[in-house]
Design a binder for this molecule. Sequence first.
Ligand code: ASP
Length: 445
Amino acid sequence: METKVVKFGGSSLADAEHFRKVAAIIREDPARRFVVASAPGKRFSGDTKVTDLLYSCYERASGGEDIEEAFEEIVGRYTSIIDELNLDLSLDKEFAQIKNAFLCHAGRDYIASRGEYLSAKLLASYLGFTFLDAATVIFFNEDGTFNEKLTNTILAAKLHSLPNAVIPGFYGAMPNNTIKTFSRGGSDVSGSIVSRAANADLYENWTDVSGFLMADPRIVTNPKSIRTITYQELRELSYMGASVLHEDAVFPVRFAAIPINIRNTNAPEAPGTLILPSQNHPDYERGNIVTGIAGKKGFCTFILEKDRMNDEVGFGRKVLSVFEKHNVCFEHLPSGIDTMCIVVNEKDIEDIKDTLIHEICQAVEPDTVNVDRNLALIAVVGCGMVKAKGTALRIFRAVSNADINIRMIDQGSSELNIILGVDESDFETALRAIYQEFAENNVIK
Ligand code: ASP
């Protein structure tokens, strides 16, 4: 029998009306056996997510402030759902335990995880599914990294024994049994972990948008939606700022080649975006040149010049070891014969810029070192670019026609993306110009 893992984000579980929609979606397809739940999100703009209510209640308790009112607000979010759904369920025992945890100064992660814990309990009761606590099946290593091996063994065996289950997203257990959460939005990662352990045919990730768009709708008006995308393309786009799915959510399913389908709880008829292991998958829609365009501001470039740099074996290693020593990741390394550029995130070097320059000078004695700031990067991503001659020309012509200077170019050897750097002030105009170029004429000839 086919198995689908379905993860519902906070906006899909914000109130009773959404719980009804979620239950209808699950009941419509018997393959939707394993459900991963987020904590209730915002019901309207200006509302606060339960996770944020928990964090702020935690801050109050840690500061010795009264939490009565803040705690009642959290309780109210769940009781209103229970009441409106007419559920024969009381979470009073759980509320008392959590309140006590606040007063005993339990850990921040434990407190934050209770949003998902209660949400999953409620949904399990509404659906008549088994509640499976993530703390008993998802594990971290001592150093805080995800323990894939142990999780897979225990979770797979558990899921195998159950016809269905609701599992809270966002958290798991440390070796000493304390609770640890993933980073924000981490229920996406939990969904992926459950999909892998269940050996699911599909991981459906239900949210409040009908999949990915070709560009950020805050920059481009009405961008086209993406029907299919590979994991690799998605990685490139998410890394560069396209955010629908948590950055780390791809890894567990990627290993098992399980497709992810991003769907909209408020428009279940829309097919959404299908994320596939590779472009060789039969469902991948071939023929497009560019799959998506994304970008971010906030980069800067260290520009080193030294005569006969190219003859100096070990030059690059010595420069990069300075960045490594200060735990700074580099993004790109566009280089010339006697120049080397290191593109980094501005926020990573803000406080140590002068130290880095000093240590680079000591390590390789360059003729000059300059730091060029206010750089924005734009990634044009698409497997189809490999086959389409003239794509770079079209990108650069579009940017040039918009009267924008390109400060950096990088094309990965996989030809999956072309990355350009422009002034932060030109970022939006450049992105729009590239989108316009491919919006209507995006077919490999
Ligand atoms: N509730 C958590 C958050 O708001 C995790 C999640 O929803 O994925 O980040």
